[in-house]
Each structure stands twice: as C-alpha cells, then as structure tokens.
Design a protein around this ligand. Sequence first.
Ligand SMILES: [Zn+2]
Ligand SMILES: [Zn+2]
Length: 352
Amino acid sequence: MGEIRKDPVVPRWVIIAEPREKRPTDYRSDGTVVSVTPKSCVLCPGNESNTPAEVYAIRPDGSPPNEPGWQVRVVPNKYPAVYRGGSLDRKGLGLLDSMRAYGVHEVIIETPDHDLQWDSMSAHHLKLVFQTFQARLRALRQDPILRYIVIFRNYKHEAGASLSHPHSQLIALPVVPLTPKEELKACRHYYLERERCLFCDLIYQEREVGKRIVYEGEKTLVLSSFAPRFPYELQILPSEHSHDFAEADESVIEDLAVTFNLILKGLKKLLNDPPYNLVLFTAPNPVPRPGRPDYWGTLPYDYHWHWLLLPRTTRIAGFELGSGFYIHHVDPERAAEELSSLIRAEVASAMR
Ligand SMILES: [Zn+2]
Ligand SMILES: [Zn+2]
C-alpha cells in the first residue's frame, strides 16, 4: 500500500505508489508504437478477461458484463496509483503530513475500435464517453472520503500514454490537489468580493476582445489561454454558468462532443497529430466533510467547470520546474486565429 504525502513547505501532495514498473506498454522508448492488433491489445473487445472486472459499461445490446458488446467500458486500473479500502490513517509528525494512498484509479475504454481517436469518433459516441465520465463522478462521490476526482486523457507516448487503444483515466483522491484547489480558491475569493463567477466574467471579456476565441458552439466555447503554459493550450467551457460537469445537461454534453471533434481535427491538421493531455476541472465532492459543512458553500455560484487541453509539442525543463514560469514561442492570439480558420473551413466543408 502506497502513501500520500504533503510537502512541508507548499501545499502540494505527492503519491508514493506501489511499484508500477511491470506495466505493459504499446510504445518503444523512442515513442513509436509496437505493432498492436485487436488480438494482442488488452483493451480491445474479446480480451475482457485480461482486465480487472468492469465497474461500468454501456451495453446497448444487453450483453453480459466482461464480454464483447460494450460501447464504453470502465475497469479498475490493473496497476493503480491508489487503492480503496480500510481507513485513511492520517498521520502527522510535526510538519510532515501523510496518509495511506486511499483512492480509486480507473481506465475508461472509450470505444471498442482500436483506431478511433476523438477527432474521428462520431459526436454521438463521444457524448457516450462524456456521459460515462458523469456517471463515474456521481458514483464515486458516494464515498465521502474521496474529495476530488481527476479525469484525464494522455494521448500518445510523449504525453504519458502507455497503451495506444483510445482510453482516458480517472484518479479519485482523499484530498483536493493543489492545482484545482488554487483555482477553486481563486474563484471563491473573486465571488466573495464581487458576487460574480470569475469564468463567466472571463468569457464576457474574451468576447469583447474577440482575439482568443477559437470556436463558439451552441452551448460551449473554446478559448486560447491568455497565459498558456504550452503552445496552442485551449480551455473548453460551457457558455452558460455551470459549476459541476457531473450535472451538465445532455444538450451541453452533445455540443461539447461536436466542439471537441472540431478542435481536435483542427489541431491534428495544424500540428501534425500532436500528443496532448486533456484534463477536466470540476467541482470537488459536494458531500460535506465532517466538521466543515460550509467549506465549498458558494461553489454552485463561484466555480465554472472546464476542460484544459495541453498539446505537448514542447518539453518542460529546469526553468519551468524551478520557477513555475513557462517559455514558448507561439502567441496565443495567433494560435486562436490559425486554429479558428481551420475549424471554419472544416465546418464549411461539412455543410457542403
Ligand atoms: Zn485495442
Ligand atoms: Zn460561471
């Protein structure tokens, strides 16, 4: 059993996990894919017995669990970073906080088709993937020890993927990690001063300026980040205020699927199918912690869920790690212009 530890100086948590080096991989060390066939891929249909038993699946044909017939399938990670069971066993020795690595680590197998990535998946199917994320958020929040659930997608070896079959992952944690917590606290602080949502204000302002809007769907908006860490970094948000992705309406999820499909097609053309990380930022577990019933009391008004898309065409190194500053050479306004013109062309050709 691993351990979660907090840095004694800054409020950053780390997981000291059980050894995971036995993990299988589809990639060579230079990032190229070894030949993977539906027969040899552990996530392809027909190989269900090679994964831990599924915890959720969409099976329109009513097929039994752990058999082919699924459209989206969720299984526990075979090599988890965290485990559920027992108590947290919080310990403190002076400045040194630690607890057991309590949590849930799951793999969302997004499609039975080994080669169908998000840019080529139908919007209808991508909607099922988003609805699966919503279902897992709702189910895992039943455990009040789990305070925050990180949903993320690593595309290609350079972005940290070990398997090439389309999949995303979630890690549910007993603490709110530093990165979302900084955002949540900033949004709460802003709301307490102005009684407005910071992200709603940002959307209003970006519309006024008009230089960093990459795409505007019926219910969603894509912004080129004003101060990005990576070139072509994008934020994908609902246009209407909404604090919790788990509770987003079907119409929003439908539009989100269309939006993702378009921007990933655009990025693929523009940057030659780049590796990327995609992360969801959403509300923490709304079930109050014992003794802190109002901790996230203003959350429905002050927070605004969004996805962050980080193309990984540049590496981070000493300066970034040592300073938190990021240097790159693409200005965000140019990124928005390049990507939005590709998307406009894509939309026009789809309408023809
Ligand atoms: Zn596969
Ligand atoms: Zn808002």
